[in-house]
Design a protein. Sequence first.
Length: 123
Amino acid sequence: MSTVDEAKLNELLGKVMTDLGAVAAVPLALLGERLGLFRTLVDGEAVTPEQLAERTRTTERNVREWLAAMAASGYLTYEGGDRFRMAVPSGTVHLAGSRASRRLGDVLVQDRQRHVAEQGREN
């Protein structure tokens, strides 16, 4: 019987968790781009979910969940007091309207279309 190398096991589990986090974060990041959430945050000002929802004409509950997920993924920083801001200095990164994000969106849509074609249904 072989012994388990705890360091290698932990390294593998870390990779699995990172990949699972990316699976959830990428669609949410694209959603934030398409709804103008990132564009509104790019000025560097810390905002509450209510403020961001009002500025983007979106639903506060959904924005609150989106902000929490983006902070957990490192895209945003939680400042305390229910306030969030971009994780990088203002103007350093601007996802909204970028060619790379549109390409990633195309890839996700094509992947979904391929899945539907292979499965013969949406779900």
